[in-house]
Design a protein around this ligand. Structure first.
Ligand SMILES: NC(=O)c1ccc[n+]([C@@H]2O[C@H](COP(=O)([O-])OP(=O)(O)OC[C@H]3O[C@@H](n4cnc5c(N)ncnc54)[C@H](OP(=O)(O)O)[C@@H]3O)[C@@H](O)[C@H]2O)c1
Length: 189
């Protein structure tokens, strides 16, 4: 008969410390045009992405439970994302309180620390370009899920602003419909 070891108090403390020190895993999820744009302009609604992309975003973000975004991206939504905590960055001093929305400000590292303190262990970063860049700069993103839609904008916003040289490793590649693909990358840096 297998003998089950009862953990000592020290082991219990170590386990608790490990959980408390565990870093939050942040996944960035974005829809891109075939020429690498996320929108034509900051107020552009995401009405050009496929229903398969929207379904994938809904599934993954609900599994994760926390969606982080910039205020401009939040404004493009008809309402806060349901069944998920909406963590929205703004410099506005007194934003209107909205159910399901946590307004935050300052460096992404500081905000993530606050979320970690509240027990959150995973979050999905959902844009836009400004917020994506700040998170990448602070090396907070561990995974990238990109869907590429069959459309070209020419001009518009890129996924990141600024100069980066971040190496990636392709982990998964799948077709969502006749013309849309989803790529999953691990961030190596
Ligand atoms: N294709 C896709 O998958 C996808 C996904 C998401 C977004 N988008 C598109 O991206 C566009 C918006 O991107 P964006 O780069 O213009 O804006 P954004 O990143 O969504 O939001 C920028 C705003 O966030 C706030 N902010 C940013 N950093 C902050 C910080 N450290 N502390 C406090 N507040 C901070 C500021 O809000 P205040 O002005 O309130 O101070 C700033 O104006 C939209 O067109 C949207 O449709 C596309």
């Amino acid at each position: 008969m297998a003998v089950r070891k009862i953990p000592t108090q020290t082991q219990n403390f170590r386990q608790i410390k490990k959980v408390l020190l565990e870093k939050m895993k942040i996944v960035l999820m974005m829809a891109l045009t075939a020429d690498g744009k996320i929108a034509k302009h900051p107020n552009h609604l995401a009405d050009w992405t496929s229903k398969e992309d929207k379904k994938l975003f809904s599934k993954i973000s609900k599994e994760i439970g926390v969606v982080i975004m910039g205020e401009k991206t939040f404004k493009t939504l008809p309402k806060p994302l349901s069944e998920r905590l909406n963590v929205v960055f703004t410099l506005e001093k007194n934003p209107n309180q909205i159910e399901g929305v946590r307004w935050v400000s300052g460096s992404p590292k500081k905000v993530i620390k606050e979320l970690e303190k509240d027990g959150y262990r995973r979050a999905l970063l959902a844009g836009g370009a400004s917020l994506n860049s700040q998170f990448l700069k602070e090396k907070l993103i561990s995974k990238l899920i990109i869907t590429v839609e069959p459309i070209i904008f020419g001009s518009g916003l890129a996924m990141f602003e600024g100069d980066f040289n971040t190496p990636l490793k392709l982990k998964d590649l799948r077709k969502l419909n006749e013309s849309t693909v989803a790529l999953t990358y691990e961030i190596l840096d």
